[in-house]
Design a protein around this ligand. Structure first.
Ligand SMILES: CC(C)(COP(=O)(O)OP(=O)(O)OC[C@H]1O[C@@H](n2cnc3c(N)ncnc32)[C@H](O)[C@@H]1OP(=O)(O)O)[C@@H](O)C(=O)NCCC(=O)NCCS
Length: 237
């Protein structure tokens, strides 16, 4: 903030919301996220950057005047490989994000998963990960999302979407997968809403799927890519 020079942004909003806010360049906005949620500007306007959204309010003392004016994506999201050097980070992330713990075999397999396992970085900080495998049961070739998650403070910033987009690119490139599926705890409404945005549907509910967590029931979420060869041939008979 100190280093940046001021740039006046005239916000031509209707009536009393016509405020001139002073911010000091997009770079400065980015640095503000790390330093503080609040950036004071010339009175009476205040820019409040929270959850990656920018607000302007007219009265610093009265949060009721907070007016959402724009949603800005200010962070840089990147995906990186899982390697023997960062596998411990993945293990730690999964311990924090998921109520289920994964064994050594899981991590051994992940190291060999190539593009099917990725770490998610937000402004160069590891904040999430996705781990998938190819499942060939039930006479079809499917992509199974074993884990996909990001740390709570970094949610709703598009990081989960970036990981799903990566998975969708894999299946598109592969061309021979019938569907993508995963399990979610039945009370995980946030994740269910999230996946529905990408065309996933609840296709089954498995009772007592989880061993040591409550609720123990899981929904199977699935996105169908194409009708499997086996089903096709069954239909043709
Ligand atoms: C589910 C999860 C991966 C979503 O990640 P995310 O980075 O927050 O997702 P995004 O920011 O890309 O969200 C995209 C959209 O999905 C929907 N969405 C995401 N989280 C949601 C929630 N908790 N409630 C409702 N809708 C939600 C929203 O429409 C959102 O768009 P918006 O923020 O513009 O409204 C994240 O909440 C998470 O890590 N949860 C814990 C792990 C988990 O349950 N994983 C699923 C089983 S593998």
């Amino acid at each position: 903030m100190r280093k940046c020079f001021a740039l006046s942004i005239a916000l031509h909003l209707p009536s009393r919301l016509c405020i001139q806010a002073i911010v000091s360049s997009i770079d400065c906005l980015i640095s503000l996220i790390g330093a503080s949620n609040m950036a004071l500007t010339s009175s009476p306007a205040l820019i409040d950057i929270q959850n990656n959204e920018m607000f302007i309010k007219e009265d610093q003392n009265d949060m009721r005047f907070r007016t959402r004016i724009n949603k800005i994506k200010v962070g840089r999201i990147e995906l990186g490989d899982v390697t023997p050097h960062n596998i411990k980070l993945l293990r730690r992330l999964n311990q924090v994000i998921f109520p289920v713990s994964y064994n050594d075999k899981f991590y051994k397999d992940v190291l060999e998963a190539g593009e099917l396992a990725k770490l998610a970085y937000y402004n160069d900080i590891v904040v999430g990960a996705v781990c998938c495998r190819i499942d060939t049961s039930e006479n079809s070739r499917r992509l199974y999302i074993m884990t996909l998650g990001c740390l709570a403070p970094y949610r709703r910033l598009g990081i989960g979407s970036e990981m799903v987009e990566h998975v969708l690119q894999i299946v598109e490139k592969d061309g021979s997968l019938d569907s993508i599926f995963l399990h979610v705890q039945v009370n995980n409404e946030g994740a269910i809403d999230f996946y529905k945005r990408f065309g996933f549907e609840i296709v089954e509910t498995k009772e007592h799927y989880y061993k040591r967590i409550e609720p123990a029931d899981a929904h199977v979420l699935q996105k169908t890519l194409r009708i499997s060869q086996s089903l096709k041939s069954n239909g043709e008979q």
